[in-house]
Design a protein around this ligand. Structure first.
Ligand code: FMN
Length: 312
């Protein structure tokens, strides 16, 4: 880590994962800024019911609401609405690589059109009553690595922070994140730059920070089933007794889900959530099948009991 100061550690936005229960679990390990999954700006403007649930946050959650969209006016309207609902921070998605989003010229597709990127950023910053950040990739492909140009535009227009996932759009999730390439962005702007991609523990965080010179790290997949890694990274001290903590955290996560969703939704989501926690345990193959078959809260509790026995 650079000097003795602690690095900024953030939880990445992940569709279908970074809901209020998971953000709450992550924040039980420290005062981390967390991100909602991306919310389509058109859906916010049309008041689609599901978006409310995605954006819901505890007052103290320090949640950034991530908006995705291609139309500057709609992005601005969505920003106003989200700020009106009490958002503390807005993030603009310039990184999503999936076809469904690219087809609408949103997400990482915007990186191909710097003028459009500037219009969206300008509209959102002007409409927002809270700080705005931008999350992007290195560029569309290896021939078009323009994260630096977009970061400079963002800084000029009043953006407070940029996050760069060290892959191009065409890489999707393949290969390795290129942390060194993020250094070019860091050198070009004064606002905080966050490096993202393949950071899973204190060691990878240290390397990513050294290679990029970034001010902080954003953790996505590494936090699944091991949400305490954000604390490990910030303190540079590995968590002791991880198996016990794993089962305890799984139980807490399940409790938060049942508080937040209808029982049927909670049970459905629990199948996937339990898999993440089980995956990190030794010799837990036998429990995976059970997780996929969960049909009631009682069965979830039974599985948690079995996992407790497994580790004791
Ligand atoms: C299941 C999943 C959903 C994601 N959803 C979003 C999203 O809604 N918005 C976004 O900006 N990035 C999204 N991402 C990308 C992550 O925020 C992050 O940039 C990427 O996973 C690389 O970081 P990691 O290696 O730490 O996971 C998603 C990634 C995954 C695996």
């Amino acid at each position: 880590m650079s000097g003795s100061s602690k690095p900024i550690v953030l939880l990445a936005p992940m569709a279908g994962i970074t809901d209020l229960p998971f953000r709450r679990v992550v924040r039980s390990f420290g005062d981390f800024m967390v991100f909602s999954e991306m919310v389509a700006s058109q859906a916010v403007v049309r008041a689609v019911r599901r978006t409310g649930k995605i954006m819901e946050a505890d007052d103290d959650q320090h949640t950034s609401i991530q908006l995705v969209g291609a139309d500057p006016q709609i992005m601005a309207q969505a920003t106003e609405l989200v700020c009106g609902l009490g958002a503390k921070h807005i993030d603009i998605n310039f990184g999503c690589p999936v076809k469904k989003v690219i087809k609408t010229d949103a997400g990482s597709a915007i990186m191909r059109d710097e003028k459009r990127a500037a219009e969206i950023i300008d509209a959102v910053v002007k409409a927002a009553s809270v700080p705005v950040s931008v999350k992007m990739r290195l560029g569309w492909d290896e021939e078009h690595m323009n994260a630096k140009a977009i970061a400079m535009i963002a800084e000029d227009l009043g953006v407070a922070m940029v996050t760069v996932h060290g892959r191009t759009r065409n890489q999707m999730f393949s290969g390795k994140a290129n942390w060194k390439a993020v250094a070019e962005v860091k050198d070009a702007v004064k606002i905080p730059v966050i490096v993202n991609g393949d950071i899973v523990d204190a060691e990878t965080a240290k390397r990513a920070l050294e290679e990029s010179g970034a001010d902080g790290v954003m953790i996505g997949r590494g936090a699944l089933g091991s949400p305490w890694i954000l604390r490990d990274i910030q303190s540079a001290i590995p968590t002791q007794n991880a198996p016990q903590l794993r089962v305890k955290t799984a139980r807490t996560h399940i409790d938060y889900m049942f508080e937040f969703y209808e029982p049927s939704t909670s049970i459905k989501l629990s199948r996937r959530i339990m898999m993440y926690y089980i995956k990190g345990m030794q010799n837990a193959g036998q429990y995976r099948q059970m997780a996929t078959l969960l049909k009631s809260r009682d069965q979830i509790d039974e599985l948690l009991e079995l996992l407790t026995l497994h580790i004791s």
